[in-house]
Design a protein around this ligand. Structure first.
Ligand SMILES: NC(=O)C1=CN([C@@H]2O[C@H](COP(=O)(O)OP(=O)(O)OC[C@H]3O[C@@H](n4cnc5c(N)ncnc54)[C@H](O)[C@@H]3O)[C@@H](O)[C@H]2O)[C@@H](O)CC1
Ligand SMILES: Nc1ncnc2c1ncn2[C@@H]1O[C@H](COP(=O)(O)OP(=O)(O)O)[C@@H](O)[C@H]1O
Ligand SMILES: [K+]
Length: 487
């Protein structure tokens, strides 16, 4: 599990430790990471050109100290001070003593930026507030040939939310200290991070409000049939999906549910004939169900389907047309439910559920805030789809999905996800586990289907790749197995 802590938590954890060893460990880790990158790129540190972008805080201080170390190993280091009167005095002195060149001239800074082999972004770290000022903002778009390494987090990304209120630097590598921050794992901020490297500095932060499951976590969560299993023990999913207009949604949701390990799928909807032709395993009879999925392409049947599902005493996943109906009814529609409810909106559906006071773009730009607000309002677990899918609980806890690819943005892939998550609910996982597990497998299946460097995939391809994703997780999670994705 990757844990991401807020600025307040990081500062409190840092306050419990002596400042000097903290800076020492961070700088040692940062300089070592840069030395590795330079060696990989140029064969050695000696003779390489390094530029430090130094702001007024400790992020700038750490970058200047690291620059001094690399100057000591023969790199030609220059630093541009973005807030000249307030640069970290001791770090500045160390860089000068090591032979580094310091400038406040932005023209010189931009010229060095274009030529450097490696640039250290120490403009701001967790103390950054609002968008970058104009002097720093030019580096967000200025041309460069070298690698950009963000110190703690890319400047311009909000550490607590992943929001990017203005210009922000785009890093090739981010070297973060002590613990991950939400802004490093939630888009749009996460899209600026590049490869993420954690330097331990001895922090002991409290429980993280945001976490990201990794391969081993998934391997522990995924249900496996025991020798005495039968289809009911594995879980039966009821699907209220598809319509004459959208038969495909039913087929794809069924495909997701079957490959999500459901013992059986009971289907209720108009295109039943097509469903059975494509998936002869599906049951059309009424009977016991351990979780309902309602909404993918369910069209005019939605209000009745939603009534039936919500009246049941088993977990219910509401998706697509079910969410539009729920938006019309409001949060009160879930008030009487004892069993859990999982909502799986994309940004547009989330905006509607929030009463139309925000746009889909605003939801996507502030994913944590809106997912949490929705979960609290509806008293349900919310899986907000899109780049870096987030799962929020009504108490504000969040799980961010680290897998996925934008190739998944294809019609019907959400239907596969709904069926898959429904199967995991029917197997007995709570929405808090089922939702991120489904997002993880779905994202991994998307990556496997798209391949490397990537090619268009269909929702059916994603469903077909689910068994491979499942196996990949099971193998990677075994001690000594393949390295987990994103580890
Ligand atoms: N404490 C330590 O020993 C170390 C801290 N480091 C990093 O330093 C950061 C914490 O240091 P600070 O608290 O000084 O915070 P920052 O380094 O983020 O600097 C905050 C300062 O930057 C200015 N600032 C805020 N928003 C700005 C904006 N939008 N544009 C331009 N300037 C802006 C303000 O004057 C503010 O005081 C963390 O990210 C931490 O990882 C590491 O670099 C190295 C070791
Ligand atoms: N830019 C993106 N990056 C990664 N995943 C994405 C992106 N856009 C969409 N997705 C994923 O693709 C799926 C699309 O689902 P949805 O919007 O419901 O589409 P549909 O209704 O056509 O099935 C979701 O799993 C979502 O998280
Ligand atoms: K930074």
């Amino acid at each position: 599990m990757r844990h991401a802590h807020t600025v307040e938590q990081v500062r409190a954890a840092e306050a419990a430790l002596a400042p000097a060893p903290l800076m020492e460990r961070a700088v040692a880790g940062l300089a070592a990471a840069c030395a590795r990158l330079l060696t990989r790129r140029r064969g050695r540190v000696y003779g390489s050109a390094l530029l430090v972008l130094a702001g007024s805080g400790d992020s700038g201080g750490g970058a200047l100290f690291a620059g001094a170390r690399l100057a000591g190993r023969g790199a030609a280091v220059s630093a541009v001070l973005l807030d000249p009167g307030r640069a970290h005095p001791a770090a500045l002195a160390a860089l000068r003593a090591a032979g580094g060149r310091v400038t406040t001239d932005q023209e010189v800074g931009l010229a060095d930026f274009s030529r450097a082999d490696l640039i250290l972004d120490g403009i701001v770290g967790i103390g950054g507030r609002g968008g970058l000022g104009p002097a720093a903002a030019v580096y967000a778009t200025a041309p460069r040939a070298g690698l950009l390494v963000a110190v703690d987090l890319p400047s311009g990304v909000d550490a607590d939310t992943g929001e990017v209120p203005g210009a922000a630097l785009r890093a090739d590598v981010t070297v973060t200290f002590g613990t991950y921050k939400p802004g490093l794992v939630v888009d749009p901020g996460a899209g600026h991070v590049g490869a993420l490297h954690l330097v331990p500095i001895g922090l002991r932060p409290p429980q993280a409000p945001v976490e990201a499951l990794q391969h081993a976590d998934l391997a522990a969560l995924l249900p496996r049939p025991a020798t005495e299993s039968d289809k009911y023990r594995r879980g039966v999913v009821g699907l209220l999906a598809g319509s004459e207009r959208y038969p495909g949604a039913a087929l794809l949701a069924v495909a997701g549910a079957l490959r999500g390990g459901a013992g059986a799928v009971r289907y209720q909807g108009r295109p039943a004939e097509e469903v059975v032709r494509c998936h002869p395993e599906v049951l059309l009879t009424a009977g016991r169900v351990q979780a309902w999925v309602v909404g993918p392409g369910s069209g005019d049947d939605t209000p009745e389907a939603l009534d039936d599902a919500l009246a049941s005493e088993v977990p219910v996943l509401v998706d697509a047309d079910g969410l539009s109906e729920l938006a019309r009814r409001g949060p009160g529609a879930l008030a009487g439910r004892a069993a859990p409810t999982l909502l799986t909106p994309h940004a547009g559906e989330a905006a509607r559920l929030l009463g139309g006071t925000v746009t889909a773009d605003q939801v996507a730009a502030a994913r944590l805030r809106h997912a949490r607000e929705l979960a609290a309002r509806f008293g349900a677990t919310v899986l907000l789809k899109g780049s870096s899918t987030v799962v929020a609980r009504p108490d504000g806890a969040v799980r961010v999905n680290p897998t996925g690819t934008s190739w998944l943005a294809t019609a019907g892939s959400g239907d596969v996800l709904a069926g898959l998550a429904g199967a995991l609910l029917a197997a007995g996982l709570t929405p808090w586990d089922a939702a991120p597990a489904a997002a993880y497998l779905h994202g991994l299946a998307g990556r496997l289907a798209a391949g490397e460097p990537g090619a268009p995939v269909t929702a059916s391809d994603v469903a077909a790749a689910l068994p491979a994703a499942w196996r990949d997780v099971a193998e990677g999670g075994r001690p000594g197995g393949a390295a987990g994705l994103g580890d």
